[in-house]
Design a protein around this ligand. Structure first.
Ligand code: PEP
Ligand code: MN
Length: 362
């Protein structure tokens, strides 16, 4: 697992005015006017802490808009001068780092395709040696927690101590409702491994469509994330990249006004008493679940001995199909999602196979 990092708590960052830290701006800088107009409107909201815009865009296909390049760095510098907003852009190699720093960009973020590549991460870390700046590291495109932690460690070892992790979801081959699967368990595990690293959610790249941004942002707040990175464009219909997921500054204002921020802890003794009572009920059910699982594995082992005596294979595909289908149907009638039942029963089935295997092959 991860080593101890040397990082500055988000509350001590100069950009941080209170939860959530808001990083907003267009997917890409497109023209000087588009950038400045968006920044002016966002600054007016009074709720944006950092203005983001991609200058170098990693695109899936070579004929898509690949960003305005260096030219955009001057526009970002003007945005900072005119609106006072600190700026952020994506860097994917040492040259990007050096150029962005030269133009006074305040925050560098590392995209999901780059954090998946240790060579690129090391090159960026080397370019950051001796530099004082803020670096945000998006999760790698593939759901690999160690790779994400490794990317964070490389940047921290370069001496950067103002670091944040950005959860932007994970790509899947299958078509899914959201553009990228959130797999909330991964950022939760990241927080467990590196509790000192601020966690920021990017609902724009998770959702991929405007209509999902609110629900994903609210969920992130309920999971106690420290901030949000939300794409906003003065005229999303004309955006050259990610047009379906960008909000106008006005829509962003509306979204933020609806966001409910709950407290992570409470000192209210009545609340704590009731919560304690409810939690003890959960503990009882969890104990029962474990007892039942122990019993189930006991039966699996008996089946294992029986199959061994009769020289029968462990995996019986039709039986497994029957179990999972029955569980999905029953789960549905009890308000349990198919995704959950699939995960649970696959894990239980695998554990049963392991128990049978131990009996049959040892
Ligand atoms: C972006 O923030 O515009 C971007 C390209 O993000 P990601 O690396 O998450 O795809
Ligand atoms: Mn984008």
């Amino acid at each position: 697992m991860a080593m101890k990092l040397c990082v500055k708590p988000i509350k001590e960052w100069s950009f941080y005015k209170g939860r959530p830290l808001m990083i907003c701006g267009p997917c890409s800088a497109e023209t000087e006017d588009q950038l400045m107009e968006t920044a002016r409107q966002l600054a007016e909201l009074g709720k944006v802490d950092i203005f983001r815009a991609g200058i170098w865009k990693p695109r899936t296909r070579p004929d898509a808009f690949e960003g305005v390049g260096k030219e955009g760095l001057k526009w970002l510098r003007d945005v900072r001068r005119e609106t006072g907003l600190p700026t952020a852009t994506e860097v994917a190699n040492a040259n990007h780092v050096n150029e962005a720093l030269k133009f006074g960009v305040d925050v560098l973020w590392i995209g999901a395709r780059t954090s998946a590549n240790p060579f690129a991460m090391q090159e960026i870390a080397d370019a950051l040696q001796g530099v004082e700046t803020t670096v945000l590291i998006k999760n790698p495109v593939n759901p690999d927690l160690e790779l994400w932690i490794g990317a964070i460690e490389r940047i921290n070892r370069a001496g950067i101590n103002q670091i944040g992790a950005v959860h932007r979801g994970f790509s899947a081959y299958e078509r899914t409702t959201y553009r990228n699967q959130p797999k909330w368990q991964l950022p939760i595990e990241l927080r467990r491994a590196l509790p000192e690293i601020p966690l920021i959610c990017d609902p724009s790249h998770i959702g991929g469509a405007r209509r999902f941004i609110y629900e994903i942002s609210q969920k992130a707040m309920d999971l106690n994330y420290d901030g949000l990175m939300i794409e906003s464009h003065c005229d999303p219909s004309k955006a050259l990249s990610d047009k379906n997921q960008q909000l106008t500054p006005n829509d962003l204002r509306e979204l933020l006004s609806r966001l409910i921020l709950r407290q992570p802890v409470s000192n209210d003794s009545k609340f704590l008493d009731i919560l304690g009572e409810l939690r003890s009920q959960i503990d009882i059910y969890d104990d029962q679940l474990l007892d039942i699982l122990e019993q189930r594995m006991g039966v699996a082992e008996t089946i294992g001995s029986y199959k061994k005596e009769n020289n029968i294979t462990i995996l019986q595909s039709s039986r497994w199909e029957e179990i999972i289908q029955k569980a999905i149907a029953k789960g549905d009638s009890k308000g349990l999602s198919e995704e959950f039942i699939q995960l649970l029963f696959k894990a239980v089935h695998q554990e049963s196979i392991n128990h049978q295997n131990k009996i049959m092959n040892s």
